[in-house]
Design a protein around this ligand. Structure first.
Ligand code: BTN
Length: 267
């Protein structure tokens, strides 16, 4: 049995948003904000429902990794959002791409510069990871409901991270020199996600182009795992399903839909 979440507070609906973050639940502690939503069908039925927690005892990252986001509670953002399917975003990788762009946009007014999206949706600052996004789907009432978990490192320096992450992680405080309030960051991220989903309804092509510019990936040499083997090639961009297109010598254009890339010549 997963542990019961501790001390929850329901935050009143924010009516300026259309769907995302109109209802927000705050928890002191939970195993993982993603896991909590994935096992609670009543919450999964609420498109745009958001939870965030001070601490996660079993935070999860992509590729079955753990997500600690620093060892101290209450200093970082651990949130998850329920997103119901939309006809204009039929592939889960495309939702992942759009969410990464929304978070990228949200960081600009906070003074973050020199940040880039790393496919599929990490946000790096000067090559160090500031934010990770984990999108997971669950079938419910005949639809695939996506739970999008977002972790952003907010406060402090490197000493709080495990040694293996100290040269790889960044915090908002390191990136901007400022202490940014967690609820303020959450508010800006939710506004941006709400807005970008409305934009996507009008057409996703401009958003995918903006993603490509924000990722600064085109023409870069990348290595990734494709169908069980490592391939290296030149990134050409993403297609409408969110897959990464790579030109590989001798194999032509290859589309990678999940996994992780290593960039040989990334800033
Ligand atoms: C990654 O880069 O590997 C994705 C990290 C996602 C972390 C967030 S924190 C909130 C939500 N709950 C989880 O257990 N994981 C996501």
């Amino acid at each position: 049995m997963p542990p019961e979440p501790k001390n929850s507070t329901l935050i009143l609906p924010k009516t300026s948003r259309h769907i995302i973050g109109r209802t927000i639940l705050h928890l002191d502690e939970v195993d993982s904000t993603n896991s909590l939503l994935l096992r609670d069908e009543a919450l999964l039925r609420q498109d745009g429902f958001v939870i965030y927690a001070d601490r996660q005892t079993s935070g999860r990252g992509r590729m079955n990794r753990a997500w600690s986001g620093g060892s101290h509670g209450n200093k970082h953002l651990f949130c998850s959002i329920v997103i119901h399917p939309r006809p204009f975003l039929s592939h889960i990788p495309s939702i992942t791409i759009i969410l990464g762009l929304a978070v990228y946009r949200a960081l600009r007014p906070l003074g973050v510069r020199d940040h880039a999206i790393k496919w599929p949706n990490d946000i790096l600052v000067s090559g160090r990871k500031l934010c990770g996004i984990l999108c997971e789907a669950k079938g419910l009432d005949g639809m695939d409901v996506v739970v999008a978990g977002i972790g952003v490192n907010i406060e402090g320096g490197m000493a709080q991270f495990p040694p293996a992450l100290r040269h790889k992680a960044a915090t908002l405080e390191m990136a901007t020199g400022n202490r940014i309030e967690r609820e303020h960051l959450l508010d800006i991220i939710l506004n941006n996600i709400d807005k970008i989903l409305a934009e996507a309804e009008e057409g996703t092509a401009p958003l995918f182009r903006e993603w490509e510019i924000s990722a600064d990936l085109e023409g870069k040499t990348v290595t990734c795992n494709h169908k069980g083997r490592l391939i290296t090639g030149v990134a050409r961009g993403i297609d409408e399903s969110g897959g990464l297109l790579i030109d590989v010598d001798g194999a032509g254009s290859v589309k990678v839909i999940s996994g992780e890339i290593t960039l040989t010549d990334y800033r």
